[in-house]
Design a protein around this ligand. Sequence first.
Ligand SMILES: Nc1ncnc2c1ncn2[C@@H]1O[C@H](COP(=O)(O)OP(=O)(O)OP(=O)(O)O)[C@@H](O)[C@H]1O
Ligand SMILES: [Mg+2]
Length: 236
Amino acid sequence: MLELNDIHTFYGPIEALKGITLKVNQGEIVCLIGNNGAGKSTTLMTISGILKPKAGTISFIGSNISDMPAHSIVEMGISHVPEGRRIFSRLTVKENLEMGGYVKFKIKSSKLKIQLEKVYEMFSVLKEREKQLGGTLSGGEQQMLAISRALMSEPKLLLLDEPSLGLAPIIVSRIFKAIKEINEEGVTILLVEQNAHAALNLSDRGYVLENGRIKMHGKGKELLNSEEVKKAYLGE
Ligand SMILES: Nc1ncnc2c1ncn2[C@@H]1O[C@H](COP(=O)(O)OP(=O)(O)OP(=O)(O)O)[C@@H](O)[C@H]1O
Ligand SMILES: [Mg+2]
């Protein structure tokens, strides 16, 4: 479904991605793990078109998307939940969700309403709080809102950047359960996580990033049992 081939991405003179090659098959949950600064967020931003690679190609369902603007990439079916959530704190829950749908659907379109009902079904707390300002939600609720906003454009592929960051363990399990449910409804997922143990458990496959390069990849369970991964990323 998604293929990155030898991607190099720079911040000015700094080469953050030094030749990333990876793929995500339709229906999979794939995770990217690695230490701070490894290039995980940069990889997601390069896929969603926020950053442009200097070299390499990205193909999505057979089309080359490396030169497309970010809004066209959303229309193609890729939705990105950035690190730190970035919800609109002064808009209501409902307005935040509608913003997520506008790129793809027109304001007041019936499709928008249908999507809204779908996400309310998944996260009923958002329905209960639909008139509340985004900024007044708890951290966990904000993460649910950020994920739901991304789902409003009816993505085929969802990019999630550290959804569990800063959340209490019980909320983390709720979020991971939701990721599984979203996947079971047919959305393919590329997940970035510091919480390597939970991420590898949930994922079909995983890639380990180190200093802008892929260091290892394999099935989730294989990586969980790898001595190297255990030592470096699982604290075992
Ligand atoms: N705006 C920027 N300007 C310059 N360098 C940047 C910028 N953003 C990121 N970098 C650098 O690019 C590298 C990769 O950063 P990135 O944010 O992708 O890492 P990450 O794996 O997501 O880390 P974390 O786990 O801390 O979120 C780091 O060395 C970082 O310092
Ligand atoms: Mg990051």
